[in-house]
Structures are given as C-alpha cells and as structure tokens.
Design a protein around this ligand. Structure first.
Ligand SMILES: Cc1cc2nc3c(=O)[nH]c(=O)nc-3n(C[C@H](O)[C@H](O)[C@H](O)COP(=O)(O)O)c2cc1C
Length: 139
C-alpha cells in the first residue's frame, strides 16, 4: 500500500552547515534502497518533509528520523494513502532556500512566517504539488 507521510520539525542547535548535506546524502542512499521518495524543505529553522512509499518502509524510516538529534518537535501533519507518487524520481529532493521559494512557502502560509505546523492536510498537499512543479531544487 502506497502512503504519503508529511511531518515538520525544528532544527536543533547542533545543526551545522554540513549537516543538511549529510542528511541528503544518507537520505538519497537509504531511500533509494527502501523504495522511498520525497522532498525536504528547510526554512526559518523548520524542516518540512514529505515521504512516500510502502506503508511499512515509510513508518520505519519516520521512526528513525524522529530520533535524530539534529532536529526536535517532530509532528506528523498528514498520513494518507495515495494512488501514485508525487516525487517518483526523487529519492530525496532538497527545496532550495531561494527568494522565489520563500514566496512559494508564504503563498501557503496563513502567517507572516512559513508555519507548516498550522497548515491543513489540504494546504500541505497543494503546497507539495506546487513544489513539485515550480520549485528550484538543490541536488
Ligand atoms: C530533517 C531530517 C530528515 C531526514 N530524512 C531522511 C530520509 O529521508 N532518509 C534517511 O535515510 N535518513 C534521513 N534522515 C537521517 C536519519 O535521521 C539518519 O541519520 C540516517 O537515516 C542514518 O542512516 P545512515 O547511517 O545510513 O546515514 C533525516 C534526518 C533529518 C534531521
């Protein structure tokens, strides 16, 4: 069964400049092996990640990620069955923190700062649809 899990978290103090690169490197290696795809955004000290794949594989991965000391306050925002993958070719894409992307984050935020914790499931889905089609990626 194909599912999509979306969660937010806050970066821990210990997060250094090389950490995001390290996270991406492990993600791309492990996710490809586990058949998980997805996207990771980082803005204003908040991670927002969408993981998609087999229900068991995504559950296992989320529980591993949740224990990572590089972030805290992890909250699952949406967990749904989906008919198809959104990020089928991305084992893990990083959404670049460019000015254009910031505009996109704000378009879906009810507050002045990007606040995924307050976003509804429908808004999160609309946000990730637009991310997939319009965003600038870092690889
Ligand atoms: C915000 C965030 C997102 C992460 N996303 C993933 C991911 O999608 N896949 C993954 O394998 N590890 C991810 N990690 C890293 C894991 O917590 C863990 O460090 C890693 O999977 C360990 O695997 P390794 O020993 O092969 O590096 C993430 C960590 C953080 C802080």
């Amino acid at each position: 069964m194909l599912i999509q899990l979306t969660y937010a978290s806050r970066t821990a103090q210990i997060l250094g400049p090389g950490d995001v690169k390290d996270i991406l490197r492990s993600s791309q290696r492990n996710n490809a092996a586990a058949g998980v795809t997805g996207a990771l955004c980082l803005t204003n000290g908040i991670f927002l990640q969408q993981l998609e794949g087999d229900r068991e594989a995504v559950n296992k991965l989320y529980h591993r990620i949740e224990k990572d000391p590089r972030h805290n306050d992890t909250q699952i925002l949406d967990f749904s069955e989906v008919a198809s993958r959104r990020f089928g070719t991305w084992s893990m894409g990083l959404v670049a923190a460019t000015a254009e992307n910031r505009q996109l984050f704000l378009k879906y935020s009810s507050k002045a700062d990007f606040d995924p914790y307050s976003m509804s499931s429908a808004t999160l889905r609309a946000f990730f649809d637009e991310v997939m089609h319009n965003v600038r990626w870092l690889s």
